[in-house]
Design a protein around this ligand. Structure first.
Ligand code: ZN
Length: 186
């Protein structure tokens, strides 16, 4: 239990569709260790979300937590730790929004990704209760990013204009909001 090694791009497990969780096993506590490891690893890495395949478990579990003053995303609205088991996403507003995304599994890169601006996610929570969340703006992007991991999709797959793919250093230098007028960055 504890902090796990984060799998990085090129590791085949990140490209596999993850298996659904047996909710009876979840309710019996069989995933408690995995969930704790995900929390510990997300905190250790300073991430705002993580999915089980990123620590080498190909099951449909992901979580998000946006803490006040996050190092990686300092300007974002805080969101309490939420664990999504067997999530199903529905687009509520297909109009697109662009955010510069990063990923613990794609070290040192940011890319501008356009995604639907509002979604609903129906899921089972860590206690095994059915729940749902509706989100718009950056939170909608974060949810879509994390749930993509359960289908073997990485944000770089969704960067349509690869001139909007940058090292972290160059993202800060050239693309971050304020650095370049007119660009919709974070
Ligand atoms: Zn990611």
């Amino acid at each position: 239990m504890g902090v796990r090694v984060v799998r990085t791009i090129g590791d085949p497990i990140l490209r596999e569709p993850a298996r659904p969780v047996d909710v009876a096993r979840l309710r019996a506590g069989a995933l408690d260790g995995l969930i704790t490891d995900l929390i510990d690893t997300m905190h250790a890495e300073g991430g705002i979300g993580i999915a089980a395949p990123q620590i080498g478990k190909s099951v449909r579990v992901a979580m998000i937590e946006i803490e006040p003053g996050s190092d990686r995303y300092p300007d974002m609205t805080p969101t309490a730790l939420t664990t999504f088991v067997n999530p199903v996403i529905t687009v509520l507003d297909p109009g697109e929004q662009g955010y510069w995304e990063g990923c613990l599994s794609v070290p040192m890169l940011r890319g501008l990704v356009e995604r639907p601006r509002a979604v609903r996610v129906e899921y089972v929570d860590r206690r095994g209760e059915v729940a749902s969340i509706e989100a718009e703006g950056f939170l909608a992007t974060v949810l879509q990013h994390e749930l993509d991991h359960l289908d073997g999709v990485l944000f770089v797959d969704r960067v349509r204009d690869t001139t909007r793919l940058a090292t972290m250093e160059n993202y800060v230098k050239f693309w971050r909001r304020g650095a370049t007028p007119g660009e919709d960055g974070l």
